[in-house]
Write a protein that binds this ligand. Structure first.
Ligand SMILES: [Zn+2]
Length: 213
């Protein structure tokens, strides 16, 4: 498994990109696509049209907005520039299908893509993408908003990604014995706030779950 951090910053920043992670197993997977992460994806040299699955933790714009550019690019390349791409599966928490149906019906040119687009809403049941096992878990983030973290297992290695989360038992479960965890860390330990972990809680999760790195 190979992980590339496309961004680990926040919504608006002069240089850093927001949340976005490229995970390479037997598939190329994107976890969140926050603002400015697409530019960093280009820099990896990975064929963006070979990405088969995009998995969203939740739909705050700082985890999502570059998807619009990503998809518009795929449409232009396949409709007008002779390019091809395989099916794209969009995975996310409750509300994913409704959100994308409205988005695709509303944004000019987003209807009738010449490649298959599938939606999959996930909560707390594992599924497979090829030989890659994905285990989503509901985490506590924002009232009334379903948010998930993801655990990725491939070839004997486990990666956990919190998305945005407060400290909660499900997050510890998500990270249990993971080789690596990527955790939301939005506050210093001496200045905690709502909806996100602070640095001390990241350490607490790491210790309780037995995270490798
Ligand atoms: Zn959020």
């Amino acid at each position: 498994m190979h992980v590339t951090i496309l961004g680990s910053g926040t919504n608006l920043h002069p240089t850093r990109a927001a949340a976005g992670y490229l995970v390479r197993t037997d598939h190329h997977l994107l976890f969140d696509l926050g603002p400015r992460t697409l530019t960093n994806l280009l820099k990896t040299g990975v064929n963006r049209h070979g990405i088969s699955h995009v998995l969203f933790s939740h739909f705050h714009a700082d985890h999502f907005s570059d998807f619009i550019t990503f998809f518009f690019d795929a449409l232009i390349v396949t409709k007008f520039q002779g390019g091809t791409r395989g099916p794209l599966t969009i995975i996310g928490p409750h509300g994913t299908a409704d959100l994308f149906r409205v988005l695709f019906a509303t944004l000019p040119g987003f209807t009738d893509p010449p490649f298959k687009v599938r939606f999959k809403e996930v909560a707390d049941r594992p599924f497979r993408i090829g030989a890659t096992k994905i285990w989503p878990r509901t985490v506590t983030h924002s009232p009334g908003l379903h948010a998930v973290g993801y655990r990725v297992e491939y070839n004997g290695t486990a990666l956990a990604y919190s998305g945005d989360s407060e400290y909660c038992p499900n997050l510890v479960q998500l990270c249990r014995d993971a080789d690596m965890a990527i955790l939301d860390c939005s506050y210093p330990a001496n200045r905690p706030g709502p909806a996100h972990l602070h640095a001390g809680q990241c350490g607490q999760v790491a210790q309780e779950a037995g995270i490798g790195q």
